[in-house]
Design a protein around this ligand. Structure first.
Ligand SMILES: Nc1nc2c(c(=O)[nH]1)N[C@H]1C(S)=C(S)[C@@H](COP(=O)(O)O)O[C@H]1N2
Ligand SMILES: [Mo]
Length: 322
């Protein structure tokens, strides 16, 4: 049987009404939950019963050194950052991940490092990431769907992690894989090539801007944002920033990436933010600012990091290598 893939898997953007409706629905649900919870608490203590179901434990705080990255940018509202997501393993609507990703177990978490490295192995997250050396960096996340958010990420440079495992001279690319968790009901549908996979060239991976993030807004990552560890590559479209990473492979050949496999004409390997190269179905020269209805801004070359990353692509045709 041939299963036809829906070809609108990555639509341009949710229209404004749906985002607005979504955010107000979320507010309503949170409000209703608080009222219902209070009612339940009252009833239960009156009846002298057991404690009501424990309230969701708020994500714990992280200690991170502030940096100058993104100084002066206006942060996106935290509720939008944690409530309007792309994490197709938990559904293709922007409101699905916050609703359905909560059951994914993220502790303990291990990452398998293999391929062209001196020290391959399966590592506990804490052995790869030094939680005493976390930094906060403010980066704009520019989604290929032509919207963006400004987020205070917490993490360490990917380079600091790769140096621990020692890439050999054969390591020309880095491939990443998301965990395939049984709670990810979205992976039952052939929307994307599962498990979600992404890749970077080794110089892109070693660039100081490339972050392995474990938190945002001072707290550990919520599941819907890619707990417990996700990539953030600020000069590339958002889909390169793979979530809930469980495997890092150092390889000699350019690795396959989920979006490229699913729609090669629309999503290339590089996917550098580039206002001069349109997506086949929409323009990329401007973006909607999430959380600010109706406001758009022009898209910057390399999402504003041309000075830092431009030389890595010197001499390359960025239209052919989109
Ligand atoms: N595993 C996995 N990673 C993923 C995705 C996904 O569907 N699955 N979506 C990507 C896309 S399209 C974007 S725009 C960003 C969104 O990150 P955010 O939800 O934290 O804003 O995650 C990226 N990482
Ligand atoms: Mo995206």
């Amino acid at each position: 049987m041939i299963i036809k893939k829906p070809n609108k898997a990555h639509p341009k953007e949710n229209d404004i009404t749906s985002e607005k409706a979504y955010l107000s629905r979320r507010k309503f649900i949170l409000g209703a939950g608080a009222v219902a919870g209070a009612g339940l608490l009252g009833a239960q203590s009156f009846l002298g019963g057991d404690r009501p179901e424990a309230a969701a434990i708020p994500p714990s705080d992280l200690v991170a050194k502030k940096t100058d990255f993104g100084a002066g940018l206006t942060l996106t509202d935290e509720a939008a950052v944690t409530g309007f997501n792309n994490f197709y393993e938990f559904g293709v609507s922007k409101g699905d991940p916050v609703r359905y990703a909560g059951g994914m177990e993220t502790t303990p978490w291990s990452i398998t490092v293999d391929g062209a490295v001196d020290k391959p192995g399966t590592y506990a997250l804490e052995d790869l990431i030094d939680f005493n050396a976390l930094e906060e960096r403010i980066y704009r996340l520019r989604c290929v769907e032509a919207w963006s958010m400004v987020i205070p990420w917490i993490g360490v440079s990917l380079a600091s992690v790769l140096k621990k495992v020692g890439p050999t001279s054969k390591a020309k690319y880095v491939a990443f894989q998301t965990k395939l968790d049984k709670t990810m009901f979205g992976t039952r549908y052939p929307v994307l090539d599962w498990p979600y996979q992404e890749g970077l060239r080794i110089d892109e991976a070693m660039n100081d801007l490339t972050l392995l993030s474990v938190g945002l807004f001072g707290k550990v990552l919520p599941n819907q944002n890619g707990a417990p560890v996700r990539l953030v590559v600020p000069w590339k479209y958002g889909f390169k920033s793979i979530k809930s990473i469980t495997r890092i492979s150092l390889v000699e050949q350019q690795p396959a990436t989920s979006w490229n496999v699913s729609a090669p004409r629309e999503y290339g390997f590089y996917s550098n933010v580039n206002p001069n190269v349109n997506h086949p179905r929409w323009a990329q020269d401007n973006e909607r600012i999430i959380g600010e209805l109706f406001r758009r801004r022009p898209t910057d070359m390399f999402n504003g990091y041309a000075e830092e990353v431009g030389q890595m692509y010197a001499g390359m045709d960025l239209k052919a290598n989109y």
